[in-house]
Write a protein that binds this ligand. Structure first.
Ligand code: ADP
Ligand code: MG
Length: 251
């Protein structure tokens, strides 16, 4: 479903990704772990097409299509969703307006009819309930004044509404209390654990993986995948740290 081959990318001419290869088959959830500064967020931005991140080599295909040739909005319309480590605030735009606009523009790009206001509200309420987020929050400006946990839940509500084929979730668990972590983990399963979808889950902690059980775990260090394994690799990391795992030295 997602195939990344020997990907190289720079930020401001500084090489960050240095030959990263990774394949996520349809129906799979893969976790990426790795030390700070390894390039995990860079990978998610490169996949999303964020300006300033220059691909200098390699390829990334999504369902066989050259992902890197698409504009960011075309990637979204193709079914790619990015959950940000630091969700942005958008003053002046309510979350409901923003989400309805985003959903309907994606539907339009796929040749589907837009949802009416009533249909959209019903969908938004349903997804907010799934993530145990007060639906009143969605009337406020995007993320403005939200607590860290509310931002992360709101992002998962956004994912539920957009119903993407593939999600790259960057430290969606950071800053969540124990109950919120469970709700978000169960939300990811409810929305994305499906035979026709895929997820790349960037995380530092085993706890999220207790809920969202990954099919594969990869360690990203210094811009490359240095080790891959099953769920036991994450447990081993938690017990031993990155340095003890051969080849996976601190970034
Ligand atoms: P991770 O998410 O694994 O902690 P990042 O992808 O955020 O790592 O960062 C990888 C490297 O890229 C770090 O050394 C970081 O300092 C550098 N970097 C990230 N953004 C920029 C930027 N805008 N300009 C210069 N260097 C950057
Ligand atoms: Mg990061």
């Amino acid at each position: 479903m997602l195939q990344i081959t020997d990907l190289h990318a720079t930020i401001a001419d500084k090489p960050i990704l240095k030959g990263l290869s990774l394949t996520v088959a349809t129906g799979e959830i893969h976790a990426i772990m790795g030390p700070n500064g390894a390039g995990k967020s860079t990978l998610s931005y490169v996949l999303g097409g964020r300006p300033g991140y220059e691909v200098t080599g390699g390829s990334a295909t999504f369902n066989g299509e050259d992902l890197l040739a698409l504009d960011p909005h075309e990637r979204a319309a193709a079914g790619l969703f990015l959950g940000f480590q630091y969700p942005v605030e958008i003053p002046g735009v309510s979350s409901l307006q923003f989400l309805r606009e985003a959903l309907n523009s994606q539907r339009k790009a796929r040749g589907e009819d837009p949802l009416t206001g009533g249909e959209f509200l019903k969908l938004a309420r349903e997804k907010a309930a799934l993530l145990k987020l007060d639906p009143e929050l969605l009337k406020r400006h995007v993320n403005v004044g939200f607590s860290g946990g509310e931002k992360k839940r709101a992002e998962m509500v956004q994912m539920g509404i957009l119903d993407p084929a593939f999600a790259v979730l960057d430290e969606t668990d950071s800053g969540l209390d124990i109950d919120a972590l469970r709700v978000v983990g169960e939300g990811i399963n409810a929305i994305m654990r499906r035979p026709d979808k895929g997820v790349l889950l960037i995380t530092h902690y085993q706890r999220l993986l207790d809920y969202v059980r990954p099919d594969r775990v990869h360690i990203l260090s210094r811009g490359r995948i240095v080790r891959s394994g099953g769920p036991e690799l994450a447990r081993q990391l938690e017990a031993e740290g990155y340095e003890s795992l051969s080849g996976a030295v601190t970034a």
